[in-house]
Ligand binder design. Structure first.
Ligand code: SF4
Ligand code: SF4
Length: 104
C-alpha cells in the first residue's frame, strides 16, 4: 500500500509535496501532455507528510481510494524515477485545472 497522486494534480503540479517527502519518492512526469507527479509505491513509507501539503487535495492515503490512479502512479514510476525535481509553484497560485479549488 502507498499514498497515491490523483487526477487533480494533472495540469496543476504545485510540487510542494515532493519537498516534504523524507524518502524522495515523488517524481515529476508528463502524462497526457500535462504536468503531473507520481508516488513510487515501492518506496513510499506511508508517512502521510505529503497529503496535507497539496494545495488542491490531489493526494489520497491508500491505493483503495483511487485504484485507477494507483495503477497509473505505478505504471509511470519506471519512466520518471530519475527525472530532475519539478519547479515549485507558490501554494496560493490559483489552480489551472478546471474544478480545482485551493484547500490549503
Ligand atoms: S502538491 Fe498536489 S498538485 Fe502539487 S505536485 Fe503534489 S500532488 Fe500534485
Ligand atoms: S506518504 Fe510519505 S513517503 Fe509516501 S509519498 Fe507521501 S511523503 Fe513520501
Amino acid at each position: 500500500m502507498s499514498y497515491v497522486i490523483t487526477e487533480k494534480c494533472l495540469g496543476d503540479r504545485y510540487a510542494v509535496c515532493a519537498t516534504v517527502c523524507p524518502v524522495e519518492c515523488i517524481h515529476p512526469v508528463d502524462y497526457k501532455g500535462q504536468e503531473f507527479m507520481i508516488i513510487d509505491p515501492e518506496v513510499c513509507i506511508n508517512c502521510g507528510l505529503c497529503l496535507p501539503e497539496c494545495p488542491v487535495g490531489a493526494i489520497v492515503a491508500s491505493e483503495d481510494e483511487d485504484k485507477a490512479y494507483a495503477a497509473i502512479n505505478k505504471e509511470l514510476t519506471a519512466s520518471c524515477k530519475n527525472n530532475p525535481p519539478a519547479p515549485e509553484r507558490p501554494k496560493n497560485d490559483p489552480p489551472k485545472r478546471p474544478g480545482n479549488k485551493l484547500i490549503n
